[in-house]
Design a protein around this ligand. Structure first.
Ligand SMILES: C[S@@+](CC[C@H](N)C(=O)[O-])C[C@H]1O[C@@H](n2cnc3c(N)ncnc32)[C@H](O)[C@@H]1O
Ligand SMILES: [Zn+2]
Ligand SMILES: [Zn+2]
Ligand SMILES: [Zn+2]
Ligand SMILES: [Zn+2]
Ligand SMILES: [Zn+2]
Ligand SMILES: [Zn+2]
Length: 480
């Protein structure tokens, strides 16, 4: 069992080659990831779950320098079997579709407590459960409207795109003649494609196993994007391969929980790119990918995915007050952006929302983004109009002022500090501060993000999680 060590100072993810992960011990969520714990006594590596960022949700833990006994292996093998269950994808799909004729007679119930469809009259043992009666055809066609979103930031972090963002993403796809979309952690995009006349095929890959009931084996794979793991094994992986093999113009859309590490997701994207190249040896280009991520992690994204550019579009969500447009919303609009390997010129943004094409930069930008003649580009990143500092020779946020003593622009109010050259920022790449103090992350966004010590990861503030409510030995650290 993992014991929290008071000496613990920091934990980092240990990057390994994409295929090596399959040699790691398995938890119910597939191969575990390797982390390193830095203590005053030195570094020590361990394996932990890739999908759950809280040990209350999956408590797999194993020191890498200790023997992984066959007894432990057997215990986790049994845990995994229990987690996967004994029903096939087809059986789960049929559990809803055999009831279809009863839907028009208003005789179908859904139990959210048991995640099960039932016939009227079979609800006895679910009397105290959270149930919906009179399930309609519209509801079963729109599972993201019917199911309760799993908002646990330490696992699914299910935040659903607003209608405007779904449309913006679909329009980008259509403009690029895409007719086949791989939705990883993007159930709303999948649902939109499946329920509208749009001429696009779609497959959903997601950690949420409830989708087995709504989509058949050709349309949904129960999948962990942090370790490229198909829970139902070979047959499920083959469905995905068959989808990718098709001679269509594919696009991959990925909206992961920001609480997870980006490096393993980048490995998953590399695995898929390799499969794509193998299945389409004549294709000169990479598989087009859209990754949804916050603007202030841009440096980190382009380090992990060097062919990606950040696009100005502000992604909004229905069930996340900070990332939407309501009263509680961030003043400068959502900090969540599109990152893509599609040529920025071809990523058209909705002009009815004020987005415009900058003729000089030759890409679409947001309404407040003004072209800077000194930098010769549209420089705004965070949703405000940047101003040019001639001394720094770059554009900065309007809340920053140039400090003659520090010889750089700093967020006001500012106290001059001697720069510690040994410190290095993981986000902006500059010396003198750590990522926790990076000024590229505004106060607003620092309030949104909380560093989770357990996996040295980030989370969206506001997500409910059973494990969050319980008293934790490891405290949360607010970004200063
Ligand atoms: C931030 S939400 C994105 C939903 C998207 N905005 C939409 O409306 O379609 C994250 C999604 O990724 C899924 N997810 C979370 N962890 C995952 C994992 N390890 N592997 C695959 N999917 C995961 C969640 O179930 C959820 O659907
Ligand atoms: Zn796990
Ligand atoms: Zn029930
Ligand atoms: Zn410009
Ligand atoms: Zn400038
Ligand atoms: Zn300056
Ligand atoms: Zn100063």
């Amino acid at each position: 069992m993992f014991e929290v060590d008071e000496q613990m100072t920091d934990i980092t993810y240990v990057d390994i080659s994409p295929n090596e992960v399959n040699n790691h011990p398995f938890c119910p969520h597939g191969p575990t990831l390797l982390f390193s714990r830095h203590t005053k006594k030195g570094d020590r590596k361990y394996y932990a779950c890739s999908a759950c960022r809280n040990r209350k949700l999956c408590n797999f833990f194993h020191w890498a320098d200790e023997k992984y006994s066959s007894a432990r292996k057997q215990i986790w093998h049994c845990e995994r079997k229990k987690f996967i269950g004994d029903k096939s994808h087809q059986e789960l799909y049929d559990s809803l579709h055999t009831l279809k004729s009863l839907i028009s007679k208003n005789q179908v119930i859904y139990c959210h407590t048991c995640n099960k469809f039932l016939k009227n009259g079979d609800g006895g043992e679910h009397a105290d459960h959270n149930v919906n009666v009179n399930i309609s055809l519209h509801q079963i066609m729109h599972p993201t409207e019917m199911l309760k979103p799993l908002e646990c930031d330490k696992r699914e972090a299910q935040y659903l795109f607003s209608r405007a963002s779904v449309k913006a993403l679909i329009n980008i796809a259509l403009h690029n003649n895409i007719n086949s979309v791989i939705c990883i952690g993007a159930p709303r995009i999948h649902e939109y494609i499946k329920t509208t006349q749009v001429d696009i095929r779609s497959i959903l890959l997601d950690l949420d196993k409830r989708y087995h009931m709504f989509y058949g084996p050709e349309d949904f794979c129960w999948f962990n994007s942090f370790n490229f793991h198909f829970f139902l094994g070979h047959s499920s992986e083959q469905s995905f391969m068959n989808f990718l093999r098709n001679d269509k113009k594919h696009l991959l859309i990925l909206d992961p929980p920001f609480g997870g590490r980006l490096e393993p997701l980048a490995h998953t994207l590399k695995n898929i790119q390799a499969l794509y190249k193998k299945l389409h040896p004549c294709s000169k280009n990479d598989l087009p990918v859209i990754l949804i991520y916050p603007y202030f992690l841009e440096q980190h994204v382009v380090t992990c995915l060097p062919t990606f550019n950040m696009i100005d579009y502000k992604i909004t969500y229905d069930n996340h007050p900070l990332f939407s447009q309501g009263a509680k919303a961030r003043k400068l609009g959502s900090p969540v952006r599109i990152f893509t390997n599609i040529c920025p010129e071809k990523v058209i943004l909705p002009f009815d929302e004020g987005y415009k094409f900058c003729e000089i930069c030759a890409y679409w930008v947001s309404p407040e983004n003004k072209h800077c003649d000194f930098c010769n580009k549209c420089t705004s990143k965070n949703g405000s109009t940047y101003v040019h500092c001639k001394k720094c020779q770059k554009c900065v946020k309007p809340t920053w002022k140039h400090c003659g003593k520090c010889k750089r622009c700093c967020l006001e109010p500012h106290t001059c500090a001697s720069i510690a050259p040994s410190l290095h920022c993981y986000h902006c790449g500059e010396k003198g501060h750590k990522k926790e103090d990076c000024k590229l992350i505004s106060q607003d966004d620092r309030n949104i993000l909380v560093v989770n010590i357990s996996n040295n990861s980030y989370k969206r503030k506001g997500g409910k999680c059973e494990a969050d409510n319980k008293k934790r030995k490891v405290g949360k650290r607010q970004l200063k």
